[in-house]
Design a protein around this ligand. Structure first.
Ligand SMILES: [Zn+2]
Length: 204
């Protein structure tokens, strides 16, 4: 779909959504917007601690929590017991925390124009280790992982983050922080040159 057509479609959808009563002004059953909070699932909390935390959020008007790790059963059960939705945050292409992939499939990780792997030489920060979407096993693996989460009744939703390659150029406001001048695309930040079949894939 061309960008112009996409925008037209999106505008139409927004208009249709706005026509629904209760969406714009909100109702007791369906508020105009919902309040969410990130929570670190890795805290050393037991079930009672989580319930206390979530009771405070509920009393403050929150509707859902979003967590990236920890014991999903305990955290989810506590959230649900307090009337909150429980959603998982998923690192999609940036798989720095995926010790299985790093150990078993180093070839899955993206390669810079300098032909260096993001696994061995992560760009910018130590947690920038990305897998390459040109590889069918990568796509199958990630699809399976997301599918497992989505099929779990303890999880109300899965949120995909890092659905992209590493930034070849950072926002201007970050150049000083990393002591960079990125007025051109430098090869050490330009991915992926792993020899996968990305162009062939997107043309299919
Ligand atoms: Zn690649």
């Amino acid at each position: 779909m061309k960008r112009r057509d996409f925008l037209r479609t999106a505008a139409g959808a927004a208009t249709a959504l706005g026509a629904l009563p209760g969406r714009i002004q909100g109702t007791a059953q369906e508020p105009a917007f919902t309040l969410w909070s990130w929570v670190s699932g890795n805290r050393d909390y037991d079930a009672d601690d989580w319930r206390q935390q979530f009771a405070r959020l509920r009393e403050a008007g929150f509707h859902a929590v979003l967590s990236g790790g920890g014991n999903r059963e305990i955290v989810s059960a506590a959230a649900h017991a307090e009337g909150l939705e429980y959603h998982r945050w998923f690192w999609t292409m940036n798989r720095n925390g995926d010790f299985w992939a790093k150990e078993n499939h180093p070839e899955w990780f993206t390669v810079s124009r300098n032909l260096e792997s993001s696994l061995e030489k992560p760009p910018y920060v130590n947690y920038y280790r990305w897998v390459c979407p040109s590889r069918a096993p990568v796509r199958e693996y990630l699809s399976g992982r997301v599918g497992e989460l989505a099929a779990n009744p303890a999880i109300d939703g899965v949120h995909l983050d890092y659905v992209r390659h590493c930034d070849v150029i950072l926002p201007r406001g970050l150049w000083d922080q990393y002591n960079l001048v990125q007025d051109v695309e430098h090869p050490e930040f330009d991915f992926c040159y792993c020899g996968g079949s990305y162009r062939a894939h997107i043309l299919l």
